[in-house]
Design a protein around this ligand. Structure first.
Ligand SMILES: NC(=O)c1ccc[n+]([C@@H]2O[C@H](COP(=O)([O-])OP(=O)(O)OC[C@H]3O[C@@H](n4cnc5c(N)ncnc54)[C@H](OP(=O)(O)O)[C@@H]3O)[C@@H](O)[C@H]2O)c1
Length: 365
């Protein structure tokens, strides 16, 4: 880390957050800066009071200036992309964010760790702890089992202490972040049953990344609303892994994602059975308050969440209802987040802050 380097716009624009060290600047490299998560990382780092964008690394033959790719960065960040070269990157960066598709990430991460760069990986390559399960779900061999063994799942509200000492953090998926925050406190306190959990989720179109795909063209998405990958989405095992770990025994879910014709935002509506007849809505809120009372980025609220209220923020908004139905009582949990921020780049910055002892909220409030 460099002492006393000024950051662009940082403290002028956003709040500084708690516990950050103004005498320090974390130098951040990004591999894959030309995609959506890369863009939002650059944007957030430019506003961070103790971090700077020091190296943008691309696999392209013709290396673009990042402001040509994202005109919104003109006058803020006009760095040219450079080759993905760990020996050069380690001289200019303390941490590298890999904003790459799965499979591509694990092709670069070992070389970054070998030169002692710390890594926050936004792909799925280090999220599932069981390599066989990864290979089944992602239909590709896992080529970096050695590092998978010590990767830490980067959901700060659940695994803060492990993240602080980590060299390799697996940034969670967007849908799994909201599901894990919504259900973990209720499972831990045995207020809900660990089976027959249905997660009904909708995401904005940026969730699918920047590369063009026919079903994501404007005429296909506009004024449409459709379910996809019912019970087969790759995030289902990731959600089950985290919830089982939090509960301490097996948890199974049915995950049903939908494509929402907005550019960003996730809303999850989750149907669960209460553990027994005594559980009340107050008990459920008490569990949330216990778990998240000191957390800056989880807002427990009585009104039902709305993706508009979390847009461009690192917040996850939670609410819960105990509903009487003709067939008994049902717990319904609601979670909203911005898939690009708490679901991706904001959470990656939260992880960087913890890894570099900068306080959890620096650059994010
Ligand atoms: N979008 C979300 O809401 C979200 C949320 C959570 C996690 N994630 C995960 O984060 C990762 C990045 O997502 P994204 O939405 O930013 O994707 P994206 O918009 O498609 O961007 C992908 C980036 O990776 C680069 N890239 C592709 N193949 C590469 C290779 N073989 N070697 C080096 N660079 C390569 C691309 O460069 P070119 O442009 O030059 O091809 C681009 O910069 C994915 O694993 C995704 O699943 C995304």
């Amino acid at each position: 880390m460099v002492e006393g380097v000024a950051t662009q716009f940082g403290a002028l624009v956003w709040g500084m957050g708690d516990g950050y060290n103004p005498a320090m600047s974390i130098r951040a490299a990004i591999i894959g800066p030309t995609g959506y998560t890369g863009f939002w990382l650059i944007d957030l780092l430019l506003r961070h009071p103790a971090a700077e964008v020091s190296y943008l690394a691309s696999h392209r033959d013709e290396l673009p200036n990042i402001a040509e790719i994202f005109p919104a960065l003109r006058g803020r960040c006009e760095l040219s992309c450079r080759p993905i070269d760990p020996d050069v990157m380690v001289k200019e960066a303390d941490v590298v964010f890999t904003c790459l598709p799965h499979k591509a990430a694990m092709a670069y991460v070992p070389a970054m760790l070998d030169v002692d760069l710390r890594v926050v990986d936004l792909s799925a390559d280090y999220r599932l702890t069981d390599a066989e399960l990864y290979e089944e779900v992602y239909q590709t061999p896992h080529t970096d089992r050695a590092n998978l063994e010590h990767a830490v799942y980067g959901l700060p509200e659940l695994y803060r202490e492990r993240i602080e000492g980590a060299d390799l953090v697996a940034n969670p998926g967007c849908y799994p972040t909201a599901a894990a925050l919504a259900l973990s406190p209720l499972l831990q306190r045995s207020l809900i049953k660990p089976e027959n959990i249905v997660i009904n989720a909708a995401s904005g179109v940026t969730g699918a990344g920047k590369s063009p795909k026919p079903h994501l063209h404007y005429p296909e998405v506009n004024e449409a609303y459709s379910a996809y990958a019912c019970g087969t989405h790759r995030h289902q095992p990731e959600i089950e892994q985290t919830l089982s770990d939090q509960k301490g025994s097996g948890v199974s879910v049915l995950f049903v994602p939908h494509l929402l014709p907005v550019d960003r935002g996730i809303l999850e509506t989750i149907y669960v059975n209460p553990q027994d007849d005594d559980v009340t809505e107050d008990d459920l809120y008490e569990a949330f308050d216990d778990a998240y009372g000191d957390e800056a980025f989880v807002r427990v609220q009585s009104e039902l969440p709305n993706i508009k209220h979390v847009r461009d923020t690192n917040f996850c908004d939670l609410a819960v209802r105990m509903v009487e139905t003709g067939a008994g009582r049902k717990v319904v949990v609601f979670a909203a987040e911005d898939n690009m921020i708490k679901g991706a780049s904001g959470q990656a910055i939260q992880n960087m802050n913890l890894m570099f002892d900068q306080g959890g909220t620096a650059g994010l409030l």
